[in-house]
Write a protein that binds this ligand. Structure first.
Ligand code: XMP
Length: 511
């Protein structure tokens, strides 16, 4: 068994991020709520413990606290923000409420150059602060190791007892050397060996899934997106044919995508794969509809109707699996797992279907970790590195009424764009690129003939978070090549334009 770090959750918004940063350093981390009994902690042989931040004040007895005994277990401890104040409070130091909160990027001055936690870190660096309470006086046996202008005790330690505390957040990227500090805690203080990698996550998850599912059935809705594909890969490895994946193909996917998903999962993985082709039903429902919201509503409602109808046909339902990943779960704090709010990516279950339980094997992972698992499972790169694709598919990229002919034109134009981008090495550089069919016809000339055909728009953006985005500065030569190819190769398109709108004021999708 590999070494484990406990992230003791006091309700901070970054608790998952702390665990993730620890995993980045090849040490496994698990999160437990502050309500976990100390006996449970003693049993688990942790190599180190990290107290997370939290929104509360240690003076308030209703706030999360923990028994002092934890400080004398001999296990190295790192307290972050609230966790730092809590250590001081538990060890009889003095915590005070500052007149002014300290928030944002702040310059940290290291006072103890040979502190293990600050190994290989310059005397001055930027850290991320977000606090009102602060330590006024360190507990007996502790010394001050760093400060900022507004916070004289920004870090403290009791090296003998291996207890370290920092007022700032080393886990966020705004803290310049935060990753190094966590690494120092793991390798210099806890003396970790770094024996964990994604393979261990896969082995553990497969084992846990087998234990939970037993000999029962499990059903997963497969969209062809990264998350549900990786969840399918894991479940298939765990329970093989006990897994049934339902893939609803509404005919609004990119060219050949439905066939690609089917081929991938039926040839690479052991599972039951059900593809429901329902393009005609969708087209019928969407006939004459032009309003974007109305279209989205119809596509969403029909999708789930088809999906649940298919699932109702299964005689033995067992468990229901979802590819929910950590950013889909918003913690409401205090580490109580049952208080996780539901995000729109979570499926709402109809009242007349009963499952034994919901299984979410990726719920603790971030997107890039999910991709790493996907690659390890042997899922093709095209799926693992797939760009985001909206639930309503090409439905939000065809402006106005959706028809079979328009879907085909858009699929063909989009295929040319993807092909050119891939040939020019642009696939990995851009967050998202695709074609849009604005439903506009313009006059053109082909040979000696007048044409009156479709206009295609190209949309390509760079972004980190999709909340804001910039239009991508694709070289003219590549745009020219794409335009040439689309007008030559795609029937009924005689003009191509490039969308040079950022978000805001535009959105990434056109509808
Ligand atoms: P917008 O158009 O809002 O898009 O700037 C931001 C990101 O979200 C994707 N998107 C969707 N994803 N269901 C989804 O799962 C949807 O209805 C949807 N609409 C937009 C979009 O592709 C972009 O990545």
């Amino acid at each position: 068994m590999y070494e484990k770090i406990l992230v003791l959750d006091f309700g901070g918004q970054y608790n998952q991020l702390i665990a993730r940063r620890v995993r980045d350093h090849k040490v496994y981390a698990e999160i437990l709520p502050y309500t976990t009994d100390i006996e449970e902690i003693k049993k688990n042989n942790y190599t180190g413990i990290i107290f997370t931040g939290g929104p509360n004040s240690v003076f308030d007895m209703a706030s999360p606290h923990y028994t002092k005994e934890i400080l004398s277990l001999g296990i190295p401890i790192l307290g972050i923000c609230y966790g730092c104040q809590l250590i001081s409070w538990m060890a009889d130091g003095v915590v005070e409420t500052a007149e002014q909160s300290e928030y944002g990027k702040i310059e940290l001055s290291i006072k103890k150059a040979d502190s293990l936690i600050f190994k290989d870190i310059p005397e001055k660096s930027v850290v991320w602060m977000s606090h009102t309470d602060r330590i006024k006086q360190v507990p007996q046996g502790f010394e001050i190791t760093a400060s900022t202008d507004a916070c004289p005790i920004a870090a403290m330690e009791n090296a003998e007892k291996k207890i370290y505390a920092v007022q700032f957040h080393p886990e966020v990227t705004h803290s310049e050397f935060g990753s190094q500090m966590l690494k120092n805690f793991l390798y210099e203080v806890c003396k970790c060996k770094g024996d964990w990698e994604m393979d261990s996550f896969i082995d553990d998850t497969v084992k846990a899934l087998r234990e939970k599912i037993g000999d029962k059935k499990v059903i997963l809705g497969l969209s062809g997106g990264v998350d549900s594909s990786v969840a399918a890969g894991l479940l298939s490895r765990a329970v093989g044919k006990q897994l049934t994946c339902v893939f609803v193909d509404q005919g609004l996917m990119r060219k050949n995508e439905g066939d690609f998903v089917e081929k991938t999962f039926t040839s690479l993985f052991d599972m039951n794969f059900i593809r429901v082709n329902c393009k005609d039903i969708f087209l019928e429902k969407l006939k004459g509809v032009t309003d974007p919201e109305e279209k989205r509503k119809i596509i969403g409602t029909e999708f789930y109707k088809v999906f649940w109808d298919e699932i109702k046909k299964q005689s033995d339902k067992g468990f229901f699996a979802q590819g929910t990943i950590y950013p889909d779960c918003i913690e409401s704090g205090k580490g109580d797992a049952d208080k996780i709010k539901t995000h729109h990516n979570k499926v709402k279950m109809p009242d007349d279907i009963e499952f034994l339980d919901v299984v979410e094997p990726l719920a603790s992972l971030f997107k890039d970790e999910v991709r790493a698992v996907g690659e390890k499972l042997g899922i093709p790169k095209e799926l693992v590195w797939r760009q985001p694709f909206p639930g309503p598919g090409l439905g939000v990229r065809i402006i106005g009424e959706i028809t079979a002919e328009k879907i085909e034109i858009l699929q063909n134009a989009d295929w040319v764009l993807r092909d050119e981008m891939s040939k020019n090495g642009y696939e990995k550089n851009l967050a998202q690129f695709f074609c849009v069919l604005p439903g506009v016809s313009t006059v053109g000339v082909m040979g000696d003939h007048r044409t009156y055909d479709h206009l295609v728009a190209i949309r390509a953006v760079t972004t980190d978070d999709f909340m804001t985005a910039d239009w991508a500065k694709i070289p003219y030569e590549i745009l020219g090549k794409v335009s040439n190819r689309i007008t030559n190769e795609v029937k009924h398109v005689n003009r191509v334009v490039y969308d040079i709108t950022s978000k805001p004021p535009g959105t990434v999708e056109w509808e």
